[in-house]
Design a protein around this ligand. Structure first.
Ligand code: NAP
Length: 241
């Protein structure tokens, strides 16, 4: 049997970090060797523990610097923290490409959510107008969600169905698709993509009801990143869709 993959979890005390530690611990081929929290020095830990894969579930304002540190140390990044913008993602991808280092940035590790995005992309070829409503818990730091932004990046509508988009309540419009963000206690992570055609509507809805739903995707990513030679954006890159 080959050596287990040595995994570091950054943000280990957080809600996603805790779940990740449990999932990594339970996987025979993964070894949880380091758990980092706010205040820990990332570069020192990577070197000290001989890390293969770093999983990051921290906060938006530090994830860019963390990811640069992983890449600099030739550690494969598995980035779940949301909030990276397009420019930052491109910069990180260039850094990883120069080193031929595999990694993943995934705004959503749930398989069901990836399927929702995939179906939305297919449906959008036939149903020309769309809006998104995403609902998350009240502690989420970014809005709209990374998943909503990723969904619209796969979609494009020629024009908005409604002409009255000057009101804030029409949402944030990306690729001619309004995104509406709801933040309330009780939600985990939920999204509806509503598409409309000629006198018909199609609603695709995905609900993450417990954070453990992200773990099969996180474990899959930990297992596969070493075989990649670039930093891919989205779990769909690891699934045979
Ligand atoms: P959380 O419970 O607030 O956890 C974040 C953790 O990061 C906290 O323990 C926090 O520590 C820690 N932290 C803050 N600054 C840090 C630093 N500089 N270095 C190391 N750790 C630091 O949030 P969460 O719900 O787990 O979510 C974490 C991130 O994952 C968010 O960006 C969220 O949007 C994203 N997320 C992604 C997915 C996905 O599938 N990709 C799914 C769910 C959530 P303190 O407690 O000391 O502040």
């Amino acid at each position: 049997m080959s050596d287990p993959i040595r995994v570091l979890v950054n943000g280990a005390r957080g809600k996603m970090g805790k779940q990740t530690c449990i999932a990594v611990d339970a996987a025979n081929d993964l070894l949880l060797v380091a758990q980092l929290n706010r205040g820990d020095d990332v570069a020192t830990a990577l070197e000290k523990h001989k890390i293969d894969v770093a999983v990051d579930f921290t906060v938006p304002n530090v994830v860019f610097d963390h990811t640069k540190t992983y890449i600099d140390a030739n550690v494969h990044p598995v980035i779940g923290t949301t909030g990276l913008d397009e420019k930052q993602i491109k910069e990180l991808q260039v850094m990883a490409r120069e080193k031929k280092l595999g990694g993943i940035i995934a705004p959503n590790f749930s398989i069901g959510a990836i399927l929702m995005m995939h179906f939305a992309k297919i449906a959008n070829r036939f149903l020309s107008h769309a809006e998104i409503i995403e609902m998350h818990h009240e502690k989420k730091l970014d809005a709209p969600s990374g998943t909503a932004l990723k969904t619209v990046s796969h979609m494009q509508t020629a024009q908005l169905a409604c002409e009255h988009n000057q009101f804030a309540s029409r949402g944030l419009i990306k690729n001619n698709i309004p995104i509406h963000s709801v933040r309330l206690p009780g939600y985990v992570a939920h999204q509806q993509v509503i598409l409309s055609g000629e006198k018909e509507l199609l609603t695709l809805r995905h609900d993450s009801i417990d954070r453990s739903c992200f773990m099969p995707g996180v474990v899959l990513a930990c297992r596969q990143v070493q075989q990649l030679d670039e930093l891919v954006f989205g779990l769909e890159n690891l699934l045979d869709l």
